[in-house]
Design a protein around this ligand. Structure first.
Ligand code: PLP
Length: 591
């Protein structure tokens, strides 16, 4: 009896010790994961969704709009006059385009969304009324686009990054390609013969053996991740804080996605703690890298809608980022994790062999999209055979399914072939050889001139991709997008956060843009938008906004009248209800 009790208590002790050991290990893994998250809200998907849901909707009334930083009445008056001037200018020069936009917007949900997120939401009401977007275009030519009223502007929108070589180049790809497959037409399920050439060229560019075609960059990323999960038998993907990989739920775990992404770890970029997690955990199938993050590691795609103060310097440290990617490569190889380079945006923009060549790192799978469609929508996955195979010879029912009605559409494949053929020509080789030097020189020259003129702006760039950094705290930095528009520069809806040049910009074209950029900045300066009142630091601005938000919860006018909008004594207009995260969260934006 005594012996039995001794044995069972010894067994109990061993079990308890084992249990404790397991618990400690789990706790350690959990702590390591927490340490590997970036400290910003972007690194905490669940928390950011909760906070976004609490952000109250309110906007400034007509008077407060111009002195939200406590500027003097003289400065506020100058701002108001400028605002009215810009409104008149856009109204008179772009009447037809504005009219069509106003007519279409109630029926195009995309337009309603982008219109709501061009500026920080407190300012949005008046901006929408007075400086509405003009969202229709009639034509493109060289490096310009022309609206319905005949206004030609230098295109810095880059069509979300698609426009690498100039719109005329893609028109030619689409026309020539269409002629080459016109006999086949829209037949799907079999391939036009030029697909074989596409595959051979993409395999060579990517350094991978196999290729699959999809309809968008988002779908290419979905397939790459699905393949990684299939081949590793693991559940989780790792993405880096701030990185955009399309709008599929698993790669967008925070604000903007109504449901949580359970199998995604969002970790800090360029962080030793992240490497530690990759070394320890056994549930990680793949690591997704968007090399554009070299421009702003751990930050989301910059947009003017979140530009509530300054935007920090975002200069690229190519050597450091390359070194980080090499470390990632080594850990992924060591741990059997699939390293995926998502080159949907930067592919073909940095070097002939894409970001892999630019940073000197060989990924397991690479996704491409945007420009490689030669003007048409596309997504491409390139990978080694062992990652691309979708079935097992010894387990016939264990497959990795992937389809898509319009994958490999003849017209897309033909335009892609035109693009890839051009890529191999001597002209492109010369372009790539001088690419970095060209864009370094152009950017440096503009920055020097901005500095000499005492303008609080600087441009950071990754090759031909720009971010405008506002070096001075101001509640009105987002106004700069309207000055650029007035000077004949066309931006995408994220405004000064992302300017994208096509590589057919000559030095003369660039000089014209630089002069307009400077003229816009000087006009903005004269308008008084950078003459900050009491709110001259980022910290003071953040504190004021926090106070306004808290005030919204406690102010009596908040819940009172039931009118759609009600005014507070401090010039803040409340909508009479609290917003949802979808209305006012800092929605993730595609670059
Ligand atoms: C890096 C990256 N991946 C994926 C996507 C999604 O591509 P698409 O918009 O064609 O679905 C984008 C789009 O901007 C992107 O920049």
């Amino acid at each position: 009896m005594g012996l039995d009790m001794g044995i069972s208590s010894a067994v109990g002790l061993v079990l308890a010790t084992l249990l404790l050991g397991v618990l400690i290990m789990k706790l350690r893994a959990r702590l390591a994961l927490s340490r590997a998250k970036h400290r910003s809200l972007g690194g905490h998907a669940r928390l950011s969704r909760r906070i976004a849901a609490l952000v109250p909707g309110y906007s400034y009334d007509d008077a407060h709009f111009f002195c939200a930083d406590d500027a003097t009445s003289e400065v506020a008056g100058r701002r108001r006059a400028e605002f009215e001037r810009l409104a008149r200018l856009f109204r008179t020069s772009g009447a037809r385009t504005l009219e069509q936009t106003a007519e279409a917007t109630p029926r195009i949900s995309d337009l309603q969304f982008t219109e709501a997120y061009r500026v920080p939401y407190q300012f949005s009401r008046l901006v929408k009324a007075k400086l509405p977007a003009a969202s229709f275009l009639a034509s493109s030519d060289g490096v310009t686009v022309t609206d319905l009223d005949g206004n030609a502007r230098y295109d810095l929108s880059g069509s979300y990054g698609v426009n690498l070589l100039g719109y005329d180049f893609y028109k030619a790809c689409m026309d020539r390609g269409a002629r080459r497959v016109s006999a086949l037409g829209p037949v799907l399920g079999s391939y036009p013969s030029l697909v074989a050439d596409n595959v051979a060229r993409l395999a060579r560019i990517s350094g991978k053996a196999e290729v699959s075609f999809h309809m968008s960059g988002t779908e290419a990323v979905m397939q790459a991740v699905r393949l990684a999960r299939y081949h590793t038998g693991r559940s989780h993907l790792v993405r880096f804080c701030g990185a955009y990989h399309g709008w599929w739920g698993d790669v967008q775990p925070g604000v903007g996605n109504p449901v949580p992404a359970h199998d995604t770890y969002t970790l800090a970029d360029m962080s030793e703690a992240t490497l530690d997690v990759l070394r320890r955990r056994t549930d990680i199938a793949c690591v997704l890298v968007n090399p554009l993050q070299a421009l702003h590691p751990n930050l989301g795609a910059p947009a003017d809608s979140t530009l509530i103060h300054s935007r920090p310097d975002a200069s690229v440290d190519r050597a450091a980022y390359g070194q980080w990617l090499k470390q990632l490569r080594a850990v992924c190889s060591e741990r059997g994790i699939v390293l995926i380079f998502d080159e949907v945006f930067v592919g073909f923009r940095l070097a002939a062999g894409g970001a892999q060549e630019y940073f000197g790192v060989d990924a397991d799978i690479v996704t491409y999209g945007k420009t490689v469609g030669g003007g048409f929508p596309v997504g491409v996955v390139c990978g080694h055979h062992r990652f691309m195979k979708r079935f097992r010879d010894d387990r016939p029912a264990d497959i990795c399914f992937a389809r898509g009605t319009f994958n490999s559409h003849p017209y897309v494949m033909a335009a892609m072939n035109e693009f890839l053929l051009h890529l191999d020509g001597p002209e492109m080789r010369a372009l790539y050889r001088d690419l970095d030097a060209t864009w370094d020189r152009r950017t440096a020259s503009l920055n020097r001139r901005l500095g000499e003129l005492g303008l609080p702006l600087e441009v950071a760039h990754l090759s031909s991709i720009w971010t405008v950094c506002h070096t001075q705290a101001s509640r009105y930095n987002w106004m700069f997008q309207y000055y650029l528009r007035a000077e004949g520069l066309a931006l995408s809806w994220v405004g000064t956060g992302r300017l994208i040049f096509s590589l057919n910009y000559t030095d003369a074209d660039f000089e014209a843009v630089a002069q307009r950029f400077i003229a816009a900045a000087e006009a903005m300066k004269r308008g008084g938008w950078w003459e900050t009142g009491a709110l001259g630091t980022d910290r003071a601005i953040k504190r004021r906004i926090l106070r306004e938000m808290l005030g919204h919860y406690v102010a009596p006018w908040k819940s009172g009248s039931g009118r759609p909008e009600s005014h507070s004594p401090n010039g803040v207009v409340g909508p009479g209800h609290l917003s949802t995260s979808r209305e006012h969260g800092s929605a993730q934006t595609s670059p």
